[in-house]
Design a protein around this ligand. Structure first.
Ligand code: ZN
Length: 220
């Protein structure tokens, strides 16, 4: 199985869920740049140079990428030196970032270990998944959007009333899909296709079906 897995997908593609399952099942290191930044922020014992970079980034005096690369690359090389694989989820938002990571993988001698998995999903399905999921008024059960689930009104757990979540602000979701939808993802997908490392799974399927396809592609 390849040691460097890059998960690509628009919001609502189930990328986060898939990443959690895979890192648990394969004992891979999960590289989330958001988590790395939060950990640095919360760690009083952290390297003072890193803390300074974080302060510079927050005040707008540093391009965020500089610090993120430093943190991510360090975490990745630690996992690799322990013989572990790594999984990148949501870390790559631009072609420049994809190139920087690819350069780093070459330096680490793992460029042949890279596989990019795109969980394909239309912007339309993403919109429905993000705005039409339902929650149980009684127990908080979350029913993800699907054409079948759209008709359901009773909670499968407690028979309580299912309602569409009102805290999912449509304006924020619309902006997320404009910034992180298929138009934004396409050049990154193309980059990995040109590198010859892209595989695609149909993200319109259920989470379990996507999971099965991903494992088949990885040969596990
Ligand atoms: Zn319920």
């Amino acid at each position: 199985m390849k040691k460097v897995i890059i998960l690509l997908g628009i919001p609502g593609s189930g990328k986060g869920t898939q990443a959690r399952r895979m890192t648990e099942d394969f004992s891979y290191g999960h590289i989330s740049t958001g988590d790395l930044l939060r950990a640095l922020d919360a760690d009083d014992q952290a390297d003072s140079a890193d803390k300074q970079l974080l302060a510079d980034m927050k005040s707008g005096n540093l391009v965020a990428d500089t610090l993120i690369y430093k943190l991510a690359f360090r975490a990745i090389s630690e996992y690799l030196s322990e013989g572990k694989g790594i999984l990148l989820d949501g870390a790559i938002r631009t072609v420049e970032q994809a190139q920087a990571y690819q350069e780093f993988f070459k330096e680490q001698g793992v460029e042949h270990e890279v596989v990019a998995i795109e969980m394909t999903l239309s912007d339309d399905t993403a919109w429905k998944r993000l705005t039409k999921r339902k929650v149980c008024e009684e127990c908080g059960y979350i029913l993800p959007y699907s054409p079948d689930n759209e008709k359901k009104t009773d909670c499968p757990d407690c028979q309580g009333n299912l309602i569409v979540r009102s805290d999912d602000n449509p304006d924020i979701i619309k902006k997320r899909l404009e910034e992180q939808g298929n138009a934004a993802l396409a050049p990154i997908v193309l980059f990995y296709k040109e590198q010859g490392v892209l595989v695609q799974v149909n993200g319109e399927q259920s989470i379990d079906a996507v999971d099965q396809d991903v494992r088949q592609l990885l040969g596990v």
